[in-house]
Design a binder for this molecule. Structure first.
Ligand code: SF4
Length: 436
């Protein structure tokens, strides 16, 4: 694993009672270089106390904010899914009032701590939604909450809880896939960075080997880390896709704290490509620092020097408002005109679309630069928008060579390795299908 030094260490009582979870906790503790007696065991009541003592009830703070008074690595809670049904969850909330009191990210984290995080989330493409995002319907897998990186725009760096019942998780994943035969590609894990604690955790290896047994299903490992050596000798049989978010050098070094740099991610990707993995990149979040054009050009040139990606996507940063933007990031990184543009846009519109706060025309200008540079360096590369509006897709379609209804992207459930946009179609406008 990467060298990390968790602050507080706990294990839930229900995970402690499972021999497989206990063994995984011990392996992770050896990886941390810490003695097992640092781990305190928590029943439900003690967990409520630990939440308050460690301020885990106040996790909804982005890490760049000045009131994020924390540095170092997160607290760790070794845990396991309790696979509760709806009645059991209700009873758990009644027994533990703190679960009903929390909101936002802290609420989701508390549910995970009590052993009932969602092991997947379901996004549904909805043409009637007010602020429509043009992404396909999909399920995304999770087995952890929290992250050892400290990206300034994120809030996951203070507490990590890891579900250690890997075999049960795989059983539930299989059930989900059986219920959704159209989902050929499934991503893991946007609630954490899945590579940092490997191979000690063991989930990535388990997923790689599990999906290697399947005829037509693929798993995506999603990361900003370069911790890939444990993957290189695994029998993946082409059924694992490595996906990195790739940001420009200054963003990776100044804003995405403790992540691998742009070049380190590319070196890791090259190792994986040489080991036969499909590699993809998401330019996300694109942060319009002052020198964004030159940095994007440099990053794209570096990318194709190192690897031949299967596909690429791009998505701009979002934030709540201009005040938050100014608080999250060092102002010296930005052109002051960008703050002025955002302030004027906020005053004029009130930022009604929380997923696309930067004005449409500015986003389109950035995407055009990226698309032209990708085409200049690699004319056949497949490039898409991520989490963008239908209007943006319509405007960019000719430049991308893909349309809003026929496109491949990094994490689409139909984007099997090598797929092209013209091979993707949908019968209901929400679920994508792949035609060989
Ligand atoms: S790597 Fe991802 S999950 Fe981790 S801090 Fe950065 S944005 Fe958050």
């Amino acid at each position: 694993m990467k060298r990390v030094n968790p602050r507080q260490l706990y294990m839930t009582q229900w995970a402690y009672e499972d021999p497989a979870c206990l063994e995984r906790m011990r392996r992770l503790m050896r990886g941390f270089g810490l003695p097992e007696d640092r781990v305190r065991i928590l029943d439900e009541d003690a967990l409520a106390q630990a939440i308050v003592e460690n301020n885990w009830h106040d996790l909804d703070i982005r890490q760049g904010r000045s009131d994020f008074a924390f540095s170092g690595d997160p607290d760790v809670v070794f845990n396991s899914f309790r696979w509760m049904d709806a009645d059991e969850m209700r009873a758990c909330v009644e027994r533990n009032p703190i679960l009903g009191e929390l909101r936002g990210y802290s609420r989701g984290a508390a549910r995970a701590l009590y052993g009932f995080p969602d092991f997947y989330h379901h996004e549904v493409r909805d043409a009637s939604a007010k602020h429509r995002v043009n992404c396909w319907t999909l399920h995304d897998l999770h087995s952890a909450r929290g992250c050892f990186h400290k990206c300034q725009y994120c809030r996951r760096g203070r507490m990590t809880t890891l579900m250690l019942d890997i075999e049960d998780f795989l059983t539930h994943v299989d059930r989900l896939l059986e219920q959704n035969p159209w989902q050929k590609v499934t991503r893991y894990d946007v609630e954490s960075d899945c590579l940092v604690l490997e191979p000690e955790y063991g989930m990535c290896r388990a997923l790689v080997e599990h999906f290697a047994q399947k005829d037509d299903r693929y798993i995506i490992l999603f990361s900003k880390s370069d911790n890939v050596d444990f993957l290189l000798d695994l029998e993946h049989k082409g059924h694992t896709i490595m996906l990195w978010t790739l940001s420009t050098p200054t963003v990776s070094e100044r804003i995405e704290v403790d992540t691998a740099t742009t070049e380190e991610r590319l070196i890791a990707a090259r190792k994986c490509q040489e080991a036969g993995y499909t590699v993809r990149f998401k330019f996300k979040p694109i942060i319009p620092i002052a020198d964004w054009r030159a940095e994007a050009t440099k990053m794209i040139e570096m990318l194709f020097d190192y690897v031949q990606p299967d596909n690429l996507s791009m998505e701009m940063l979002f934030f709540n408002n201009t005040a938050e933007l100014e608080e999250l990031f060092s102002k010296d990184l930005f052109d002051p005109d960008f703050f002025r543009l955002m302030a004027a846009h906020e005053a004029a519109t009130g930022l009604p679309d929380g997923a696309h706060v930067i004005p449409h025309d500015f986003r389109a200008m950035v995407y055009r630069h990226y698309a032209k540079e990708v085409q200049r360096v690699s004319p056949d590369a497949r490039l898409s928008l991520c989490a963008e509006t239908k209007a943006m897709w319509t405007e960019m379609a000719s430049l991308l060579g893909q349309t809003a209804e026929h496109f491949v992207c990094n994490c689409s459930p139909a984007s099997v390795p090598g797929a092209r946009g013209d091979q993707i179609y949908s019968e209901d406008g929400a679920i994508p299908l792949f035609r060989a």
